[in-house]
Design a protein around this ligand. Structure first.
Ligand SMILES: Nc1ncnc2c1ncn2[C@@H]1O[C@H](COP(=O)(O)OP(=O)(O)O)[C@@H](O)[C@H]1O
Ligand SMILES: [Mg+2]
Length: 218
């Protein structure tokens, strides 16, 4: 079995920036790496992603939103994550189950137990070995995310960026609570640091986790 690593954090915390660099870093070291993201990661789940992130979908109910995330995840785990782990790859996933708890439970207020059950069902026994939470002030992250959206061509995936600041503050607090509850799995990194310093912290941690299997290969 490979190693399953997820990156989490509020909008604009730097997840996609770091995960791209990490995939390059691991691949350059000859480590078979699968880079993927949620919502999405395979064609069917990508179609669900467009519904979830389209700012035109103002009336999407919290419950529909939750179940669309679960549907996309079930497909993504089946098609991409589980087979990649079975092949022995390091799987880097930009957001996963913790995002559903942070956004749909702490953010939207849906019962946590319901979401945990749904996550379990969608994950089909797969769970992250390591989760990197890039902790970032919600307004700093939103400002970065809005700048990125304005500078990027293509569809504006901004349904969440348009939520009020207090929503994103609840999401951040939720993530931090999850990290307090599961300190062995969730590593908290200060998102206010430079891109370079954050990368150095995360890559060091990942190499440490990989040290055992790497030794076995040599
Ligand atoms: N540590 C950082 N400091 C300053 N700017 C950052 C940092 N990390 C990322 N950015 C910039 O902020 C924007 C959002 O980053 P991104 O990686 O897309 O965040 P996320 O995927 O978490 O929403 C990008 O333009 C990126 O270059
Ligand atoms: Mg991103």
């Amino acid at each position: 079995m490979g190693l399953f690593i997820t990156l989490e954090g509020v909008e604009g915390s730097g997840k996609s920036t770091q995960i791209r660099n990490l995939a390059e870093f691991l691949t350059a070291r000859g480590i078979q790496t699968t880079l993927t993201r949620e919502p999405g990661g395979c064609p069917i789940a990508d179609k669900i992603r467009t519904i979830l992130l389209d700012a035109e979908n103002k009336t999407l109910s919290p419950l529909s939103e939750l179940m669309l995330y679960a549907a996309a995840r079930a497909q993504h785990v089946t098609e991409v994550i589980a087979p990649s782990l079975e092949a022995g790859n390091v799987v880097l996933c930009d957001r996963f189950c913790d995002a559903t708890l942070a956004y749909q439970s702490f953010g939207r207020g849906i019962d946590r137990g319901v979401i945990e059950n749904l996550n379990r069902l969608a994950c089909q026994g797969v769970s992250p070995d390591l989760t990197v939470l890039i902790d970032c002030d919600a307004s700093v992250g939103l400002e970065r995310a809005r700048r990125r959206i304005n500078a990027t061509a293509g569809p504006r995936e901004e349904r969440f960026e348009l939520e009020e600041l207090s929503f994103h503050q609840r999401v951040r607090a939720g993530y931090l609570q999850l990290a307090t509850e599961q300190p062995d799995r969730i590593l908290v990194i200060d998102g206010a640091a430079t891109i370079k310093d954050i990368f150095a912290s995360i890559s060091t941690q990942i190499l440490t986790r990989l040290a055992e299997p790497l030794r076995a290969v040599r």
